[in-house]
Design a protein around this ligand. Structure first.
Ligand code: OAD
Ligand code: ZN
Length: 247
């Protein structure tokens, strides 16, 4: 039984990390094009680095919640048959124990050089700033957070596509379904025969593309879903996927 789980900001909300979209469409008071585009970085690198520095510092104050832990347990059971794809740039999945994990929108704890594209780990104690020098090419003024901004191509799309094509089950957890290409994963997986499950506080923009819906806080719904999947006897009880039901 092959499973792909896509997570979004909603899974980290109960750990204390705010989701992206508030009622005004602002991210913590900033317009998206100020802090999440290459042009915004070009115009004001200081502001952009401060924005992500704050988010990086916040990671030291938060912990994974029961939803992150439940997905790590699911991986222990499924091994290579699970791929966890997260849009989140926090490190809560890995701190809960997940290993087969794709950070399709990058990671706050990594930095990238705009000149030579080298990606390196951030010093979690130190902020990124214009004075930082690239460890590989030695140039200044080019270290940016290794997060994928609007207009940039997310990481590992080929690996994700391959997993979607062979998945029996696809679940989207805590994501609004408003940002491409992740918003198209459910319908893609479905076309290739997967059963699709939406796990969210309430209906997302893409709710109609899911066969099953579980609404409530992720710290409750995700462990419940994993328990149901894994079953008491430890055997997987994923409802038979379309692929098999139709054959
Ligand atoms: P959003 O902020 O757009 O959506 C958060 C989703 O989480 C909403 O659908 C909420 O209903 C749901 N939610 C909130 N609290 C929850 C809880 N306790 N339990 C379950 N669900 C909850 O975040 P994303 O969909 O992750 O990209 O946003 C996608 C991308 O938009 C982000 O990765 C980011 C942004 O542009 C980049 O930075 C490239
Ligand atoms: Zn460089």
């Amino acid at each position: 039984m092959k499973v792909v789980v896509l997570t979004g900001a909603g899974i980290s909300a109960e750990s204390g990390i705010r989701t992206f979209r508030d009622a005004n469409g602002l991210w913590e008071g900033h317009a998206v094009d100020q802090v999440a585009t290459r042009a915004g970085f070009g115009r004001n690198p200081g502001l952009v680095n401060r924005f992500y520095n704050q988010r990086r510092r916040q990671l030291r104050e938060v912990e994974p919640n029961a939803a992150h832990f439940a997905l790590a347990q699911l991986e222990q059971r499924l091994g290579d048959d699970l791929l966890l794809v997260t849009q989140n740039v926090d490190d809560l999945h890995e701190r809960a124990g997940s290993k087969r994990l794709v950070h399709m929108h990058g990671e706050l704890l990594k930095k990238r050089c705009i000149w030579c594209e080298e990606v390196t780990l951030c010093n979690p104690e130190a902020d990124l700033g214009p004075g930082d020098v690239c460890e590989k090419c030695g140039r200044e003024m080019g270290m940016r957070p290794d997060v994928v901004w609007f207009g940039e191509i997310p990481y590992e799309l080929d690996r994700i596509q391959a997993a979607l094509e062979t998945a029996d089950l696809f679940a989207a957890v805590g994501t609004s379904g408003l940002v491409e290409p992740a918003s198209r994963f459910a319908s893609k997986a479905r076309v290739f025969g997967a059963r699709t499950v939406e796990i969210n506080l309430s209906e997302s923009a893409r709710a109609a593309e899911f066969d099953e819906h579980l609404y409530g806080p992720a710290s409750e719904t995700v462990p419940e879903w994993v328990r149901r999947l894994v079953g008491d006897g430890g055997e997987l009880k994923v409802e038979t996927a379309y692929r098999f039901a139709m054959s």
